[in-house]
Write a protein that binds this ligand. Structure first.
Ligand code: DGL
Length: 274
């Protein structure tokens, strides 16, 4: 058994917000980031398609030597994680693991909300899957969860329009729609890895007293705890402090957009899936 990097997968650039927090918490490990930018967004795609694309990405990351893969995408975590774990892991390699980011995000909720009314802003796919309310029901049955799909937020981020005046209309629109559904919400979770790029605007339209939570630091803390509790998996994760990047789109495009998310020069390679 050769130790390998930890694989971080997202449909596009959003997972970089998770990668950043994971590397901040655990800089000693090696990482491979894979963005399926050529086929993003996943948020409006069917269950079958998201599952198929995610399975291909997991297989590719396993093929690159990763023993542990994190789906740093809520849509993939909501629509594909369980299927990959149940249908594919045994066949691919029962010793490897795939983790999602919804469970660790939900685990953080109990200590964050006082009113016990929480809002989730996410892609259409994540909201329709009802993954957040289902997980919350298991862990915190007293918390009322209300979801609001924000279908235009990912395109705004992917097209580098997050800071533009045009983004304001759509940021306000979905926040208003969420709070209209439940005015008792005191905590809003950004349940899409792209949304931290809109954080400033989101905060500016959120009424005072409502906290906006990005999931990255909770996912990072949970992964750290997972590796502490799973020493066998920890041994399978190489520790050279390196990070490499792969995209299914053009390398130049990835480098230019990734600079919005990361404050460091990166080397990127092209790959294909499927
Ligand atoms: N980053 C993905 C998520 O967290 C959404 C992007 C997409 O729609 O592909 O849900």
């Amino acid at each position: 058994m050769h130790p390998g990097p930890i694989g971080i997968f997202d449909s596009g650039y959003g997972g970089l917000t998770i990668l950043q927090q994971i590397r901040r918490a655990m800089p000693q490990y090696d990482y491979i980031y894979l963005g399926d930018n050529a086929r993003t967004p996943y948020g409006t795609r069917s269950f079958e398609v998201v599952y198929e694309f995610t399975r291909q990405a997991v297989e590719r990351l396993f093929g690159m030597g990763c023993h542990l893969v994190v789906l740093a995408c809520n849509t993939a975590s909501a629509k594909a994680l369980r299927s990959v774990q149940q249908n594919d892991l045994e066949r691919l390699d029962p010793h490897r693991r795939v983790l999602g980011i919804i469970r660790p995000t939900v685990e953080s909720m109990g200590g964050l909300t006082r009113s016990r009314h929480v809002g989730i802003l996410a892609t259409e796919g994540t909201i329709l899957s009802a993954s957040y309310p289902l997980e919350v029901k298991k862990l915190f049955p007293d918390i009322v969860v209300t979801g609001q799909a924000c279908p235009l937020w990912v395109p705004l981020v992917e097209n580098n329009e997050a800071a533009s005046p045009g983004a304001d209309y759509f940021v306000k629109k979905y926040i208003d729609a969420l709070l209209e559904q439940d005015p008792l919400i005191d905590t809003v979770i950004l349940g899409c890895t792209h949304y931290p790029l809109l954080l400033e605007k989101i905060r500016s339209y959120m009424p005072a007293g409502i906290q906006v939570v990005c999931q990255g630091e909770y996912v990072a803390a949970s992964l750290k705890d997972y590796l502490r509790r799973q020493p066998e998996m920890d041994e399978r994760c190489s520790q050279g402090g390196q990070c490499s990047f792969y995209t299914t789109e053009s390398v130049e495009k990835f480098i230019s957009s990734a600079s919005l998310f990361l404050q460091e020069p990166i080397e990127v390679k092209h790959t294909t899936l499927g």
